[in-house]
Write a new protein. Structure first.
Lengths: 661, 633
């Protein structure tokens, strides 16, 4: 899609003719102090720092191609250590498709060194610029700076020219600290953008409205000038810390400080406004107008026939859903590509037998509707992508199918062979989805409400006087827990799985392992196995010290770090119940039992219950652990760590058995 | 002569498939598909070198694929670059019954850059088949033909080229002008149905019915376990440049003269600068250290693959000006500087790999994937890794240690071996002094000194910030529950190549409370069960311990007032062929002393030893976790 100025219908506001081009960005001169800097006080281990990260974005117009988005970048990096030398190389990625591509131009660079107290400047030459194709859709331009040493300051500037109406995200946080960030974004009044903030930070842009304009040639080859108002937004941030990776964090990028610009409307001629996505209704309507989404929603003749047969063979809604899901799974295999829009379209995908997420799940939607089931697409932002907090299409990168069932919603995803109603691949479960229909009605769906993953574990075992333990374990896997197990045992033999179980449980032998219910995709799986532990307790003559939860003892706190920077994320909420019944050896009696406890996470995020009883030679211990959310804010970290500390302390507490004479 | 002619006439007919292709998954020999992700039904690879300076490669490969993991086994791609053209490429897909389902022509293949993310520039590209199977099993027939101006690297033939993949039939043909002599290196052919036929202008190998092989822990790499044939000629072309490989001497001379020599072009100013650097220094070693330090401070590693198939170093003068280069450029630059100050050094070609792969020294050929520099200091050669800004002078990590390499000397090529670290040099010495308190907590100090091959594992610690560094210890010392560390000191002794870490440690709940008493594990750094090597029902390959190592732990624990220790465990002595374990337990008043020495001996051990190796680890884990009862008096 390209926007061109048309003859005279354009709103031409006569105004002073002035240049649309901005002054090139200028930075202050590099100082000796900066070159002499050895350590960045705010982050003493930083290998390098951005002294300046500056950008200006504006629109230009070319008669041949219409409006273009121009980005001018200027970055200055101080190298503080040898590891920091890697940052003397800059890689610029540029998107392209079959007809258009982004270009990089005006690459300039300087390395500053302090030589005998004087500032020396070495310019980047052609031999330090490389162009490569990274993949089908991405070109890469690399710059590597000359004569860089520890202490050097490198600086480069370049311009990108894009025919795509996507203003690149403003990235205010990098893997290095940023001392000064500045961006100026100028958008012509005909284009209205919404701005979304990602990550934890506050920013208020300085905004103003100025006169702008472009020269263009009309259909008669006459040169015209179109002037318009420009919205200028300036963003400033100082001393931005580096982004860090942490455990229990699915994608640190989700928390990278950035600003996203999304086009919501255009108005080239007065009163002729074209909306893209300002409200959820608009989001729904907009996506249904796309050929690659709504355009896929009319069933072909052959699909109608398939549906007719399904309706004839299956009476209830549940049966129809099962049949349609099985049909789509059998007809199109997932090619691994995400996306809410189809790539080649449903028909091609059917013909080929493989397709992307949208092709597969939109086919399922159409088929279900044709069967008389009220199915609608549900837009999802996967875990890797993040979820939107404003009405926006940009926030979604995946689509599944939703069917209303009374007050509940049944979700479906035919991209995975083991999926079932409300048992979808884990990538899908990221807070909320949004069900949309053609009429512009849209509804938020709490994804976690549709699932109830659970593990129930029952152990019945005998503790022998020599310290060995043998018994049986029965473990029931529900919902996503069963889904994950199906994948696991599909990829390996039962023999390998049995061996792995022995290693996982830390027992010496696992035998007679059986899995029941593995074929029935909506049903739980029951695993049963027999185990033997050669030495399962600590002993001194006359006494046995026993961990009553055996291999289900949480021996180690998974949260070891002293501090936390990002939130803690779990894959999905769950229940884990454990019951261990132990028969104690004859002639021993319980001298001491741990006390029961119940502890909870703040904000009702989860709880842990431990209780233990004994009667005669039978010892029984029970734990319940549940997590209701998947997201723990970083300021809850110490509570979370302490919660697990207390759990570990409780679970590792020993039962003392005394030999009676 | 007449005989030869006849043969020549006979073989000029086009390369045709020697047998009917079996395309249905139903006809696979079950012995070959048992536990396999795929089975090679018929593979024919022909390397045609009959035209001077050209290598034509023909591949016809029929593979039945059983699951997603086997999809990659088809290897339905060819690489190409400025010197390699793809003449044709196509693929057919057959269903279970052998019926053709799809035909992919050249334009259906994806054409993308084959440059990895770390490389700034290289011209290599790849054409690959992007196919999502709709059902398993299915069969693919992949056919390609390429012509290259590089004949220096002839792909080795491995009739079993993938883990978990069987082979029904594989054929390898090398065609060459009769005046050329083919050198062959065949390994692990015994015990397989492999035939070889030598004709005047070609040699043909065929293999039948090879059962799949699976990956095993601490085993030799696949190519050291299964049949492999490597071919070499006395002359070759590298991106159109002719080369000689009769002897290592000739080959080395050619490489030096044609690829390296012209690039050593430092100007007078740089030479003067280098001389100034070593002014006043006496020994060659001092001078070489000064030059190496200068290089380490000045340059950085950048991967750029351009001239002559990526084998010609960048000019030394350019490295000097720009301050960067790849392994070849930086080794060559360092050599040029050393030369300027009168120190002899050799550009050195080798395999950079952690499995100690040597050059195949019994066949002279273009080999290796990395370059370092050998410096002549008296009778000794010290090797320098020039791509690192931090590696100490003469230090070789696991990427370059103890293997056969080629030195390019003024007298031509010469084989040598890089530095080897022996068992007592590969050492981690850990000392800890703790106070155990009456609430079950532990507090004290830990120091750890690492040398030899272990030094490299610590080198990057200084890069970590406090949080990442403490997290590193929480992982490294995870046998201590609830550990918290502080006051971390890192001491990198680059001169003696020893890395010493010291830190304060504290843990609550280290001892398990039993009534008024505690159970205390003396080895705070005990190995857990996850250290035990995996179990194999039928392990096939020998056990390899690549480097001898020594780990020594000394732990002292002071008991709180009012407590005494019960019986101490007995000392442990275990001696095995592949290693040993010694643990001692002592008491002096309220002090407990624990020592533990764990050694592994370098070597290849027969497969029967593997279970002993596992048992050894199990014994170590059991002994490591021995506890004593601390009783309240």
């Amino acid at each position: 899609m390209r926007y061109k100025l048309l003859m005279i219908t354009m709103v031409v506001l006569m105004g002073a003719v002035h240049c649309a081009q901005a002054q090139k960005i200028k930075l202050d001169k590099v100082t000796k102090d900066e070159l002499e800097l050895k350590v960045y006080a705010e982050d003493s281990t930083a290998a390098a720092i951005y002294l300046d990260k500056v950008r200006e974005t504006y629109f230009d117009y070319k008669t041949s191609s219409g409006f273009l988005i121009i980005n001018e970048f200027k970055e200055r990096i101080k190298i503080l250590s040898k590891e920091g030398l890697d940052y003397a190389t800059k890689k610029i990625l540029n998107y392209k498709n079959d007809s258009d591509k982004e270009l990089v131009d005006d690459i300039e660079g300087v390395t500053y060194n302090l030589v005998d107290g004087k500032i020396e400047e070495i310019e980047l030459k052609k031999d330090g610029i490389f162009e490569n194709e990274r993949s089908e859709h991405w070109d890469e331009t690399s710059i590597t700076m000359p004569a860089v040493q520890v202490g050097s300051i490198v600086e480069w500037s370049y311009t990108t020219i894009s025919p795509f109406y996507k203003i690149d995200d403003l990235i205010l946080q990098e893997d290095l600290p940023i001392v000064e960030y500045y961006a100026k974004i100028r958008t012509p009044g005909m284009f209205t953008f919404r701005r979304l903030k990602k990550g934890y930070f506050d920013i208020t842009p300085k905004e103003s409205i100025v006169d702008g304009g472009v020269n263009f040639e009309n259909a008669y080859g006459q040169s015209n000038y179109a002037s318009y108002k420009e919205l200028v937004a300036e963003y400033t941030q100082n001393d931005v810390p580096a982004l860090k990776e942490e455990v229990f964090l699915i994608n640190p990028d989700n928390y990278r400080r950035s600003i996203v610009y999304e086009l919501i409307s255009t108005e080239f001629t007065e009163g002729n406004k074209k909306e893209y996505a300002t409200t959820w209704e608009e989001v729904a309507k907009t996506i249904f107008k796309q050929r690659e989404f709504g355009g896929q929603m009319s069933p072909s003749l052959s699909l109608k026939k398939v549906a007719a047969r399904m309706v004839a063979d299956h009476k209830t809604q549940a049966e129809k859903i099962e049949a349609a899901l099985a049909y789509v799974k059998s007809k199109i295999k997932w090619n691994g590509n995400y996306g809410k829009y189809t790539d080649d379209g449903i028909d091609d995908a059917l013909k080929r037998g493989s397709g992307d997420v949208a092709e597969i799940n939109l086919l399922l939607t159409v088929l279900l509707r044709e069967c008389g089931v009220q199915a609608n697409p549900v837009l999802i932002g996967t875990k890797q992508h993040g979820i939107p907090s404003f009405p926006t299409l940009e926030g979604y990168n995946y689509v599944v199918v939703g069917v209303r069932d009374g007050l509940k919603t049944i979700l479906l995803d035919a991209t995975d062979k083991f999926s079932a109603p409300n048992i979808l691949p884990t990538r899908v479960y990221n807070w909320y989805g949004r069900m949309v229909n053609k009429e512009g009605v849209s509804q938020e769906i709490d994804l976690y409400e549709t699932i109830s993953p659970q593990k129930d574990r029952y152990v019945m075992a005998d503790l022998n006087e020599d310290g060995s333990i043998n018994g049986v374990l029965k473990q029931r896997y529900k919902s996503l827990e069963a889904f994950e197990l199906r994948h696991k045992v599909d990829e390996e033999s039962l023999e390998t799985y049995t061996q792995e179980r022995a290693v996982d449980l830390g027992v010496d032998e696992v035998t007679n392992l059986k899995l029941e219910g593995i074929e029935e995709l909506s049903a739980p799986i029951t695993e049963s196995l027999e185990f033997k532990i050669n030495q399962g307790v600590d002993q001194i003559p006359g006494q046995i010290y026993l961990n009553p939860l055996l291999f289900f003892t949480m021996g180690d706190n998974p949260f070891k770090s002293d501090v936390r920077i990002s939130p803690v994320e779990f894959n999905y909420p769950f229940f884990h119940n454990t019951n261990v019944t132990l028969k104690l050896p004859e002639g021993y009696e319980v001298q001491q039992l741990p006390e029961p406890i119940k502890i909870a996470l703040p904000g009702e995020l989860g709880s842990f219950v431990y209780s233990i009883t004994h009667m005669g030679q039978t010892l029984q211990v029970m734990t319940k652990f549940n997590l209701t959310g998947t997201f723990v804010p970083y300021d809850y970290y110490q509570s979370l760590k302490e919660f697990f500390n207390r759990r570990v302390a409780k679970e590792t507490e020993k039962v003392i058995l005394q030999k009676s004479i | 002569m007449a005989k030869k002619l006849l043969l020549l006439l006979f073989v000029t007919s086009s390369v045709a498939f020697s047998q009917d292709l079996k395309l249905s998954a139903l006809t696979v020999n079950p012995e070959l598909s048992e536990g396999a992700d795929s089975v090679f039904r018929n593979e024919e690879i022909t390397l045609d070198l009959s035209r001077e300076g050209k290598l034509k490669t023909l591949i016809s490969r029929v593979v039945t694929v059983y699951n997603k993991a086997g999809l990659g086994d088809v290897a339905a791609y060819v690489g190409y670059d400025n010197n390699t053209k793809v003449n044709s490429i196509e693929a057919y897909i057959y269903d279970l019954s052998g019926k053709e389902r799809e035909h992919f022509k050249e334009r259906d293949f994806k054409d993308v850059s084959a440059v990895d993310g770390g490389t700034l520039y290289a011209d290599s590209r790849v054409l690959y088949l992007d196919y999502t199977p709709t059902t398993y099993p299915f069969t693919v027939h992949f056919i390609s033909e390429t012509t290259s101006e590089t004949t220096a690297f002839l792909r080795p033939w491995m009739p079993l080229s993938r883990y978990k993949s069987g082979t029904e039939f594989s054929k390898f043909t090398v065609i060459y002008p009769p005046e050329q002599t083919l050198h062959v290196k065949e390994t692990h052919l015994d015990g397989y149905a492999i035939e070889k036929e030598e004709l005047a202008d070609r040699t043909v190998w065929t293999a039948k019915d090879l059962a799949p092989v699976t990956w095993e822990y601490s085993a030799p790499d696949l190519d050291q376990r299964v049949p492999r044939v490597k071919c070499f000629f006395d002359t070759f072309y590298l991106s159109g440049v002719p080369g000689i490989a009769k002897t290592w001497k000739d080959f080395g001379r050619w490489m030096y003269t044609d690829l390296v020599k012209d690039t050593q072009d430092l100007d007078q100013a740089t030479i003067t600068e280098a001389k100034a650097l070593v002014a006043g220094l006496e020994t060659d070693e001092e001078k070489a250290r000064a030059i190496y330090q200068y290089v380490q401070d000045k340059v950085r590693y950048i991967s750029v693959q351009v001239e002559i198939g990526g084998w010609k170093p960048m000019n030394a003068s350019d490295v000097h000006r720009l301050g960067y280069g790849d392994c070849k450029a930086l080794s060559n630059y360092t050599q040029s500087l050393l030369k300027a100050v009168g120190i002899k050094s050799y550009y050195t070609v080798l395999y950079g790999k952690s499995d100690k792969e040597s050059l195949d020294t019994d066949v002279v050929a273009m080999q290796g994937n990395h370059a370092i520099l050998g410096v002549q200091l008296g009778d000794e050669i010290q090797f320098l890794e020039c791509t690192s800004q931090e590696t100490p002078f003469g230090y070789m990590g696991s990427f370059t240690d103890d293997r056969e390499v080629l030195l390019l000397t003024e007298d031509g090529g010469k084989l040598a071996r890089t530095t080897k670290y022996e068992q007592d040099e590969n050492r981690v010495a850990l000392e800890a002094a703790f106070k155990f308190d009456a609430s079950g907590g532990l507090e004290g100090t830990i120091t750890r000194a690492s040398s030899g091959i272990f030094y490299a594992n610590r080198m990057s610690l200084a890069r970590l910030d406090q949080k990442d560094l403490s997290d590193y210890y929480y992982k490294a010392f995870d046998a201590i529950n609830g550990l918290s560390v502080s006051n971390i000191q890192l001491n990198n002794d680059r001169m003696n190549v020893v890395y010493t870490e010291s830190l304060d440690a504290r843990a609550t709940n280290y001892g398990s409370k039993v009534g008024a008493n505690f159970l205390l594990r003396l080895n705070a750094f005990a190995l857990g069960r996850d250290a035990i090597p995996p179990k194999y029902a039928h392990r096939k390959s020998e056990l390899i311990i690549l480097r001898g190592t020594t780990q020594e732990d000394k732990i002292a624990i002071t008991l709180p007032e009012g407590y005494e220790v019960g019986a101490l465990p007995e000392d442990v002595v275990i001696e095995e062929q592949f290693g040993s374990y010694h643990a001692t337990f002592r008491r002096e008043g309220t002090q407990l002393y624990y020592t533990r020495t764990l050694k592994f001996n370098e070597g290849n051990y027969p497969v029967a030893q593997y279970e002993n190796y596992r048992d050894f680890y199990k014994t170590v884990v059991r002994n490591d976790s021995q506890k004593v009862l601390i009783q309240k008096i």
